[in-house]
Design a protein. Sequence first.
Length: 280
Amino acid sequence: MAVYAIGDIQGCYDELRRALDDAGFEPGHDRLWCVGDLVNRGPRSLEVLRFMRGLGDAAVCVLGNHDLHLLAIAAGNQHKHDDHGSLAAVLAAPDRDELLHWLRHRPLLHYDPALAFLMVHAGLPPQWDLDTASACAREVEEVLRGSGHVDYFVHMYGNKPDRWDPALAGMDRWRFITNCLTRLRFCEPDGRLALKEKGPPGSQARGRMPWFAHPERASHAQRIVFGHWSTLGYLAGHNVWALDTGCLWGGALTMLRLDQPAPAAHSTPCPGWQDPARFA
């Protein structure tokens, strides 16, 4: 059995199927880890959701910020509704409720002790080790899967609080956890999140650093696979593997084989292109 992790799909269904074929993925035999952002901005989010849900136990998908955005819109939060309509087909689909229920029950973090790999969409703050990250993810997962998820989506958006404190409670705590796992790229030397930074390393304000490069990162010994950061591209270093290689923007869809002593990456070119300024 092969275990593959795949980068951000964002509605690029045709590219997804081509990447799986290129890698020789066999649904009845292999396993697929998805680093999140199954939907949004790409042309076929509905087909991606149906396909991934149809894989059943052969797929493990963690939630990304765009997946949460879809769920927030479906729950009635119109404040940040997309104006480009890429989610319209999902919201109007006859199987909408089943798909959204499935998506809302996906984890925010996945860890496989046999493979010794952790998967999140974005990152971990420097203060969190594996146990803390897992416990925090479970807290928000319980909210998402429970009756309080509608209220959660009303208050999910925002950049504060920006520094971990175990005493955080309620929505402040859940928003911080959500931002770490689904939005984080850079952090400050004191461990605060720098969520407004979105460019590649080297473009950030002085002193800020990629979350995985923080010298006091408590998770430094843990192998982590993640996505979210298309301007970073593929990276294997610092004991992390970054897999968002900008399929949506005309880059590639990257898959990483996890069940080998030396994880090997394979990228499938994506010919489509969209202007990132459209979504700035």
